[in-house]
Design a protein around this ligand. Structure first.
Ligand code: PGA
Length: 254
């Protein structure tokens, strides 16, 4: 029997909470999370709260993730987030290429360099890919996804024990309250798996696919499919401890 893979819940708080709110929420999640079962919970607070949230999570099973990193460790890069420092303050994960960043000008090349920088610093990259509504309407979803995955993973090599998480997040369902149709999701997951595997044996057993976009406690089970799709990114519904914990519990019941 194949071993059940670990499940992931990535809480993306975006820039929606203040400092005190972030710390209060982190404490509440930690208190209510207990052992978390088979699910790995990653809290991704806004950059200015990372260090303090990290202190709260220290010693617990909950992990810390950055919402963004830069592709250099140090230097004259005003306003950037060093992957090396992110690691130093306790991050184990980094979201890369979220559509809200791509919208502000982040390119596939940036994403690729950030993936490399994350791995170099022992951060697990969570690479977001997804089509806009226009691309969806124009039936370009597959082309967009294949392109984004290919360019993100180009020339990336992983050391023993390293992995990459690829998150399918259709841009048009993020924050809409309505997750993507299950059929579309399954189809795109297959495309992502195919694309990553085609890129070489090197990556074959070293990536996970997860889903993001209006995940809630009701629909979360639809997006965890055996060892094929192993987790979720949660935005709005990660801003309340009870909702987030309910999502974890529902994943654990699978
Ligand atoms: P949402 O956000 O759950 O609010 O749709 C998800 C994301 O942007 O990662």
């Amino acid at each position: 029997m194949t071993k059940q893979k670990k499940k992931y819940i990535i809480a993306n708080w975006k820039m929606k909470l203040g400092q005190a709110e972030s710390l209060t929420l982190a404490k509440e999640v930690k208190r209510k999370y207990r052992d978390g079962g088979q699910a790995e919970m990653v809290l991704c607070p806004t950059a200015t709260a990372l260090a303090e949230v990290g202190k709260i999570l220290a010693g617990s099973k909950i992990k810390l993730g950055a919402q963004n990193i830069f592709y250099h460790d140090s230097g004259a890069y005003t306003g950037q987030i060093s992957p090396k420092v992110a690691r130093e303050i306790g991050c184990e994960y980094a979201i890369i290429g979220h559509s809200e960043r791509r919208k502000l000008g982040e390119t596939d090349e940036d994403v690729n360099r950030k993936v490399e920088a994350a791995l170099k610093n022992n951060l697990i990259p969570i690479v977001c890919v997804g089509e806009t509504f226009r691309e969806y309407e124009e039936k370009k979803t597959e082309v967009v996804i294949i392109g984004q995955v290919t360019r993100a993973l180009e020339d990336i090599s992983l050391k023993e024990g390293q992995k990459i998480i690829i998150a399918y997040e259709p841009v048009w369902v993020i924050g809409s309250g309505q997750a993507v149709d299950h059929g579309i999701f399954q189809h795109i997951v297959q495309i992502i798996v195919h694309t990553a595997v085609e890129m070489g044996a090197e990556l074959a057993d070293k990536f996970e696919v997860i889903y993001g976009g209006s995940v809630d406690e009701e629909n979360v089970r639809e997006f965890i499919v055996g060892n094929i799709s192993t987790g979720v990114i949660v935005g709005n519904n990660s801003l309340e401890a009870d909702k987030l914990i309910k999502i974890v519990e529902n994943i654990n019941e699978l």
